[in-house]
Design a protein around this ligand. Structure first.
Ligand SMILES: O=C(O)[C@H](O)[C@@H](O)[C@H](O)[C@H](O)COP(=O)(O)O
Length: 260
């Protein structure tokens, strides 16, 4: 697993724009090298802020949207179209504005779909979908995602893996149902840490003073059960994208400011 790299931007708006430019370039390079790209999206303000910045980016259409596979790191277990769903929010800020191939967009199941209100069955079905998309060259029963995006909660949660709750202990399954999540809604589906760690690159997004403590804890050697963000590592790269407010409590030697 790769050691975390930290890049700090002046504020959350610049962080979103810089992360969007970085993501576009990563996708374009992956498509040039392998003919397609695979990205895992996340929910929350920073995740959606990045997607909104991609939508406005001058280089947006350098991406061949028809050859992009989109997955989700977690989902609020709600009916299809519910405004609370990460999929609904991603569609609003970006996905409905670009020519994606619907067959390559993989939302996690809603609570009014084939699996009804059974979040565990929905999680198992998504794990099967991931396994079906994995190839012999992949590291386990998930595709080798080019970039797996994660927001970071003030309690250091990532996806729907919350400190000390059962899902963060999962080492076998790639997707689990989450019950009693402290961040509403309480029922969710989420990739597990082993699935997250199958990604080539993991990018963690955190902006705002309310994330400063979480970033400092996760980047100062905390264990993954107490600080799930600490366990979110990519095979070849782990990148923390912060604004200065979220970086305020980091040990000084950890980074030079990336933008004045
Ligand atoms: O479903 C969710 O809510 C997200 O996937 C969650 O993991 C989010 O990324 C963090 O809570 C950070 O959210 P903010 O960026 O809004 O602080």
């Amino acid at each position: 697993m790769s050691a975390p790299q930290v890049v700090v931007h002046r504020d959350k708006e610049l962080m979103a724009k810089a992360a969007a430019a970085r993501l576009i370039t990563k996708i374009v390079d992956a498509q040039a090298a392998r003919g397609s790209a695979s990205v895992v999206l996340t929910g929350g303000r920073n995740g959606n802020g990045l997607l909104a910045a991609v939508a406005e980016a001058p280089a947006r259409d350098a991406v061949d949207w028809t050859r992009l596979d989109l997955w989700w790191g977690d989902e609020r277990f709600a009916p299809d179209g519910d405004p609370e769903r990460n999929y609904t929010q991603a569609r609003e800020v970006l996905l409905d504005s670009v020519p994606l191939n619907p067959a390559r967009v993989h939302p996690m199941p809603p609570s009014d779909g084939r699996y009804g209100k059974d979040a565990d069955a929905a999680a198992e079905a998504y794990a099967d979908e991931l396994a079906a998309a994995a190839g012999p060259e992949d590291h386990g029963p998930v595709p080798s995602f080019d970039v797996l995006l994660l927001g970071v909660g003030p309690d250091t949660h990532v996806a729907s893996l919350f400190p000390e709750l059962p899902a963060v202990y999962e080492q076998e399954r790639t997707v689990v149902g989450v019950h009693g999540a402290p961040k509403p809604p309480p029922t969710r589906t989420s990739l597990t840490l082993p699935a997250i760690r199958a990604a080539r690159e993991v990018w963690l997004l955190a902006a705002g003073a309310d994330k400063a403590n979480a970033a400092a804890i996760a980047l100062s050697g905390a264990g993954e059960v107490q600080a799930p963000a600490a366990g979110a590592r990519g095979r070849s790269r782990t990148l923390w994208l912060l604004d200065e407010a979220a970086a305020a409590q980091l040990p000084r030697g950890l980074y030079p400011p990336a933008s004045a």
